[in-house]
Structure formats: C-alpha cells, structure tokens
Ligand binder design. Sequence first.
Ligand code: CTP
Length: 462
Amino acid sequence: MASLTIRQLDEKLKKQLRLRAARSGRSVEDEVRTILRGAAADAEAFAPPAASPKNERKAETGAPRVLLIIGGGIAAYKSLDLIRRLRERGISVRVVMTDAAQKFITPLSAGTLAGEHPYTDLFDARSEFDVGHIRLARDPNIVVVAPATANLMAKMANGLADDLASAVLLATDKTILLAPAMNPNMWSNKATQRNIAQLRADQIVLVGPNAGEMAESGEAGLGRMAKPLEIVAAVQALLAAGSGVLAGVRMLVTSGPTHEPIDPVRYIANRSSGKQGHAIAEAAAKAGANVTLVSGPVNVPDPRGVNIVKVESAREMLTAVEAALPADVAVFAAAVADWRTSTNNREKIKKTGKGTPELALIENPDILSTVAHRKAKRPKLVIGFAAETEHVVEHARQKLARKGCDWILANDVSPESGVMGGDMNTIHLVTGDGVEHWPPQSKNEVAAALIRRIAATLDVKK
Ligand code: CTP
C-alpha cells in the first residue's frame, strides 16, 4: 500500500479524484489525504451497515443535494423518515445535527439513513478536514431545517453563528426551507412571530407548522412540524423552481405603484410596495427565465438577475412594457394609478388665497388590457392581479373577461388584510377553467407557486 502512487490508479478513478479535488480547491494529493483521513475517522466513529451507504452516495452523484439541519425537538424523530423519503426520490442528503438534536436522536441513526456520518461540531477536525463549514453551506442545492426550533430561528433572524448549524445557515447562499416545530405558545409568542417576519423578509421559505396535538399531553394548537411528505413536496417544488424550469422563457413583470404628477413637487400615488411583483421577477430569474421588470418607484431592493426598467407614471410604464415585447409570459403586478391630472402643470401650484385648486382627472391607459388585446406580439400567457376590497373572486372573474387576460391572481387588499405593504398574501387564482384558492403564504411563496404553475402550463402548451 505504501508503494501505491496516484499514477497507478485506473483512469476512471483518477478522473473522479481530479474532479473532487477541483471542486474542493485542493491538490489531488491533498484530496487523497483528506479521503483517507475521513475513512479512518469513519472506521472509528461509524460502523457502516450491510447496505454500504458509501456506495449508495456514489450512485447519487449528480443527484439534487439537500443539507438537512436537524434541530433539537421531539419532532426530530420524524426527520429520520424525512431522510429516507428524500433518498427514495433520488435526492442525496447530508446531515448536520445540533447538540440538542442529539438528545432526541443519535447521529448513528441519522448517519445510517443518510449514508454518511452527520456533521455535529464547528470545531471538529474531521468536519473541517473533510468539507469545512463553508463547503457544507455551499455544496447543497437547498438547506432544510427540520425541526426548526424557536431558538434556531431566533439565531437565524439575528445572524448568530455560535455552532455548526447556525454557522452553516449564516454562510449559505442557497435557498433555506424551514419546517418549524414547537409548542403553540412558543409559536404564537411575539418574539417568535417577529423573528418569522424577519426570516420571511429575508426570503426564507417555511413549510408548516400544522395544527394538532402536541407531544405534551393535553396541549394542542399550531406548532406541529409538517409531515415528512409535505416537507419533501416543498423541497421538490423549490428544486424545480431553482432548476431552470423556465430556462429560455422571456418574461415581463410590472411591479410597484405609479406616481402621477400634479405639479413638479406633488403626485398621486398608492400604497403598493412592489414586494409581490419583485418577488415574482426574482423567482422567475431563479427558475432560468430571461426577465424584464418594469418597476414604478419602490423602496424594496432590486431583485437579482433581472433587467430593470425604472419608471414613474402609468404612461411611462406602458411605453417601457411595449418596448420589452415580445415576451412569452407577462405578469402585471403593478398597482397602476387609474387616473392622472388632466393638466400638465409645469410650475408648482401656489396658494392664491382664493380657495382650493380643483384637480381634474383623466383615465390612464390600462396596460394589462392593452397588452392582452394586442394582435401582434401578445405573450402566450398574460397574467393580471385584481386588488379588491370586496367580492374578491366575483370582481376578479369580471376583470378576467374585461381585460382579456388568461389568469387573474385576485387578492383582498382591504386594510384589515395587511396585504398592501405587508409580507403575506392570500391568492385566488381565476382562470378560464375555474378558481384555485391558495393558502395564506408569504409573497415569496406566492411567487414560487406562480412560477411552478406557469412552468406546468407552458409545458402543456409546448
Ligand atoms: N392594470 C394596468 N393598468 C392600469 C390599471 C390596472 O395594467 N391602468 C393592471 C394591474 O397591474 C393589475 C390589473 O390591471 O394586473 C388589475 O388592477 P386593479 O387595480 O385591480 O384593477 P383596475 O383595472 O384598476 O380596476 P378597479 O380599480 O376598478 O378595481
């Protein structure tokens, strides 16, 4: 063995080694040392079961990769089933366990199911030699936290990194899916709800929690971890959204309010934040679409990976939208001002002491309707929103017919709903075939659901 050199290995093995070394940024010799060190540690710490999990991991090369962070809660036992369910679907799973998680389930059980010993310690020589917490954070396609405890979510919301799990969560640039699990009082506590609002604003996706009986006898309410198959479905949806389901699709999105000038210093506006339209543009770009976002004045950050055209008024928005055609799909999420002033006041309107000025209004062009009724360059799928305060679905149906679009995402924007400016949205999708009632979810989750729906429909239309 001592006389074996890398040159003597067969070509396939050498190629695999070179690939692995390139991925980890090491020399081939260092990679071999790392593998041997890992193997020695495995032999000490973990007796492999008969099914030889190492071989299974080799078979999973190229498979989608999930990093599963198991937090410390009674629901941790369900995460063992989650590992099995994910791997059954060809998804490879690498596990990180917090100290508290190891009080509920053992690394041996998690490792046996994952086919690889779990990572547990930020300063464990084996983890650092083998992959290191930065690579643990970067390697997967998705990071899943199940169960996500109140403590782990509080750390995430505040950017703490005092153990391996929280350090990986801070270091990752991948989509994070949380499956919260806790006592209903902990869930409804204002501090937890504040943290969740922050995490949602940070584009972190949640699945669950569900309502039901708690492990503690006599306790019931919202706080049960989502079922393993619900988590698997959320993982698959996120993998689909991030795996180029809209590759090659040209997508146009409008977002935000418009400002209609009254004079050079005053304008007519509305409460739209642009959060929903921007989330759709970013989700579409993540799914591989070539996205043009035409945005009114907003205070939310520019989404990554999209071409942005910034406008002020409805007429400017229409010009920018027409310039962005042709497109395969157009989503009109902007809250376009219906009216503008009929006069073009070049100077500031002054108080004259002779009463208040009268503002005469005229109607703005309807951008959605204009595009939906085009003979040439009409996108295959034209999607509008309906911001309603009453008879939401009924009004949306009428809008679908009147504006000539293919789908309407109707939402209740009355002040009690908190939709305008808020992070949550409850959508009723009205199409020619009927109405789908979506559950209340974050605007990012609505965006992901819409992208999946668009991808499925375009596939049918191909
Ligand atoms: N819309 C548009 N141009 C306008 C007005 C609305 O493109 N001038 C689009 C919005 O982007 C949205 C849809 O039309 O996709 C419906 O907007 P909404 O404000 O709900 O409806 P309105 O047409 O303004 O009708 P109403 O105010 O009577 O509800």
